[in-house]
Design a protein around this ligand. Structure first.
Ligand SMILES: Cc1cc2nc3c(=O)[nH]c(=O)nc-3n(C[C@H](O)[C@H](O)[C@H](O)COP(=O)(O)OP(=O)(O)OC[C@H]3O[C@@H](n4cnc5c(N)ncnc54)[C@H](O)[C@@H]3O)c2cc1C
Length: 425
């Protein structure tokens, strides 16, 4: 496998290279996928961003990863046919849906190669300044000077100039991930998307209070003896400190004979939070566009799948009127159905933030007891708002009194009004 870093070399721009139709700022998965898709449509594109290797161990549902990526050599590292949710009582529930672990280096190399083949110029530079407006932008940074008709912010966190709407700040899902070697016959042979059993019986200074600030175990078997574990907090404001999660993981594995192998991942995923304003001339894509699912943190398959349709919409709009391209892009990324679904997810996030351990135990067991199509569409991130509404009402109908009150938003600051507005459209 060619290293992602060997696929391009910085070079001084020629006279025409400083002028492009589209400048994509950020060369993560979303930026590179979009850069390649735009260049395939004959647009002059520059994808600007450092060449550093990507860090996360990416995973996704098998049926959501676009087929071209699933078929790309080496991108899918492992396929788990029977991931489970393990309830507080220790009983595994079969999720009935295959899950993939991706090879991050192979994905990066594949996306860099696609961008290169399509003719997308790669500028491994940080963009320090973006100025201008509809149809005429200037970008600058160390070793970089570009003008572009359209700028797309694919920086993950979003450029400082990206305007956002109102709403509660993002909550943070923190996770401590580590690969362990385990003795033969260990009990982690099946992938657990979520093992909801508490890490320890009693709170203490090292692990904090797992009842007040719950976390769960994500377990990906790598081979017969190695497992990648992630002790993952539920979304929280502020984030649960990583040392507490590390200690919880060690507490869980104590006595199992597990030995850490040195590969550590520190995760910090912002969930929810105000989405970008849809009426601004700076377009965004990927995590910067608010496309991370507020309840699950997943986003990768969505941006890989949206790159081509977005490129088609932008190329048509740029041909008509470059100043109209951002509106065409925002419209494609945020159709009314997705806006309504995300409003419901945001509401759900606020409710979960306010539930205690007993409420969460009940919520998760009711959630995974829903008909599969209903919880599946919730996790997918692109549910029909009607299906999502039915699923939420079903959980409400089956919950006990205190959990119903919490779902209605009493005592946790979440408001019933926004949910009703989002649900009823
Ligand atoms: C730890 C972690 C694990 C995750 N795991 C999953 C997962 O398993 N499955 C899933 O679906 N989603 C996952 N997500 C959510 C989401 O899919 C990822 O964050 C994904 O990497 C977002 O892709 P992106 O291209 O939008 O942004 P990023 O991957 O964040 O890429 C942005 C790029 O822009 C560059 N950049 C930033 N500022 C500038 C600038 N000024 N100039 C130039 N370049 C700049 C950065 O260096 C970076 O390379 C995870 C997120 C995190 C943080």
């Amino acid at each position: 496998m060619m290293s992602p870093h060997a696929l391009y070399a910085p070079h001084a721009p020629g006279p025409s290279e400083g002028r492009v139709d589209v400048a994509v700022v950020g060369a993560g998965p979303a930026g590179l996928a979009l850069g390649a898709a735009l260049a395939r449509r004959g647009l002059r594109v520059a994808a600007c961003g450092p060449a550093a290797p990507w860090a996360p161990t990416f995973g996704c549902w098998a049926d959501e990863l676009p087929a071209a990526f699933a078929a790309a050599p080496g991108v899918v590292r492992a396929r788990y046919a029977d991931p489970a949710f393990v309830g507080a009582d220790g009983a595994p529930r079969d999720l009935g849906r295959a899950y993939l672990r991706l090879d991050t280096d192979a994905l990066q190399a594949h996306l860099e190669a696609q961008a290169l083949e399509a003719g997308c110029a790669r500028r491994p530079a940080i963009v320090a300044q973006v100025e201008g407006g509809p149809g005429a932008w200037t970008l600058a940074g160390p070793g970089l000077g570009l003008t572009a008709a359209l700028v797309v912010d694919a920086t993950g966190a979003g450029l400082p100039g990206l305007r956002r709407g109102k709403g509660p700040p993002a909550a943070i899902q923190a996770a401590w991930g580590e690969v362990y070697r385990l003795p033969a016959g260990h009990p982690f042979g099946r992938m657990a998307l979520m093992d909801w059993r508490p890490a320890a019986k009693a709170p203490d200074d090292e692990i904090g209070d797992p009842d007040a600030d719950p976390s769960f175990l994500y377990a990906l078997p790598l081979d017969a003896e190695h497992v990648f574990f992630e002790e993952t907090s539920l979304a929280r404001r502020p984030a649960l400190p990583l040392p507490a999660l590390e200690a919880r993981l060690q507490r869980r594995l104590a006595g199992s004979g597990a030995v850490a192998c040195g590969h550590v991942e520190r995760c910090w995923i912002p969930m929810g939070g105000p989405r970008p304003a849809l009426n601004q001339p700076l377009l965004a894509f990927g995590a910067a566009a608010g496309l991370v699912h507020p309840a699950t943190g997943y986003q990768l398959s969505r941006s890989l799948g949206l790159a081509d349709p977005l490129a088609a919409a932008l190329s048509a709009a740029l041909a008509r009127d470059p100043a109209a391209a951002p509106a065409a892009g925002w419209g494609l990324l945020w159709p009314r159905g997705r806006q309504r679904a995300w409003a419901l997810f945001d509401y759900g996030l606020e409710v979960l933030l306010g539930l205690d351990r007993a409420g969460l135990d009940q919520f998760f067991s009711l959630f995974f007891a829903l008909p599969e199509a209903e919880w599946r569409s919730f996790l997918a991130g692109d549910p029909e708002p009607e299906a999502l509404r039915v699923a939420m009402l079903r959980i409400f109908a089956r919950a006990d009194g205190p959990t119903r009150l919490a779902l209605l938003g009493r005592g946790n600051g979440a408001r019933w009004g926004p949910m009703l507005r989002a649900a009823l459209g």
